[in-house]
Design a binder for this molecule. Structure first.
Ligand code: SAM
Length: 284
């Protein structure tokens, strides 16, 4: 099979199968031949691993994963892609395609069925339009996976890699840090993809923690509090939490002070432990 990173090969495949890339499905295929190896290197998987890939496209990353991992299960939503993948992945016997929207897949069942006894990792060049819902599903379902290594827009990568309590943090940074330790691995210029997106991309690796970074009694309430705190840009945490949770400002300010913070504190300045303390104070 000729190189799938070669634009003329991609065009020929598209023509043969009457396939046109879909913006709606976030289809920007990797054409920089160094990138699939770099993503798999970043994921650290080897022959012991079962890998879940989200969005194989025509299989450029899938092929590298299948070469280096024990087994690869790729989840793809675009019903037009299986015939192309049948050609590009022909003869690769440790690869399986699941044709479904990843947000609707029962990943616990998939892992149990496809990877018994294997360590599991997720590795993907994600469709950028649903980065957050996919990452949140992968983290919050507490899947038995070791790590998530994902290519996303650089701006999203910065949020996924940001440490709570620092300027770049946001609600998703808090969620990522609650479930995992994350780091930005490398960036990729727009010209590394076909068609070229408008922005730079980056790969983030999230290593799942054995247990969450902080112990909270009411996890749902904890994340509702964090989402509310970050829900209104440029507001103090107190104003945003009061607005977002429908509480009086006085109640929230009292809780923030009781937890030991200035009432004008900004949400970016709060760590996971700080949010837990505010939640406890609010309950009290
Ligand atoms: N892995 C290929 C590559 O790196 O060249 C393609 C990556 S492309 C950025 C994103 C892929 O995700 C596309 O194949 C797209 O069809 C697929 N996709 C989009 N939405 C999806 C969803 N909800 N569930 C599963 N796959 C999806």
């Amino acid at each position: 099979m000729p190189e799938l990173t070669d634009i003329s090969v991609i065009r020929a495949l598209c023509e043969k199968y009457d396939f046109s890339l879909s913006k709606g499905f976030g289809q920007n295929f990797i054409i920089n031949p160094g990138i699939p190896t770099k993503i798999v290197d970043a994921s650290g998987v080897d022959k012991r691993y079962g890998v879940i890939e989200i969005g194989p496209g025509i299989g450029v990353l899938t092929k590298e994963l299948a070469k280096r991992a024990g087994k690869v299960v790729s989840i793809e939503v675009d019903e037009r892609l299986p015939p192309l993948l049948a050609e590009t992945m022909a003869g690769v016997d440790n690869f399986k395609l699941v044709l479904q929207d990843v947000l609707k897949v029962d990943l616990h069942a998939l892992i149990q069925q496809e990877f018994p006894g294997m360590p599991v990792a997720v590795c993907a060049n994600l469709p950028y339009y649903i980065t957050s819902p996919i990452v949140m599903k992968l983290l919050s379902e507490r899947l038995p996976v070791e790590s998530l290594t994902v290519m996303v827009q650089k701006e999203a990568a910065d949020r996924l890699a940001a440490v709570p309590g620092t300027r770049a943090s946001s609600a998703i940074s808090c969620a990522v840090n609650y479930y995992s330790t994350s780091r930005l691995m490398f960036t990729a210029a727009p010209g590394s993809f076909y068609p070229a997106p408008k922005v730079t991309s980056a790969v983030v690796r999230m290593d799942i923690r054995p247990s969450p970074a902080v112990q909270v009694e009411d996890e749902e309430g904890y994340f509702a509090l964090i989402r509310a705190a970050f829900g209104q840009r440029r507001k103090t945490a107190a104003n945003a939490i009061a607005g977002g949770l429908g509480l009086s400002k006085d109640t929230v300010i009292a809780a923030i002070q009781q937890a030991g913070f200035d009432p004008r504190v900004r949400p970016e300045a709060l760590t996971l432990e700080d949010f837990a303390a505010i939640q406890t104070a609010l309950k009290g």
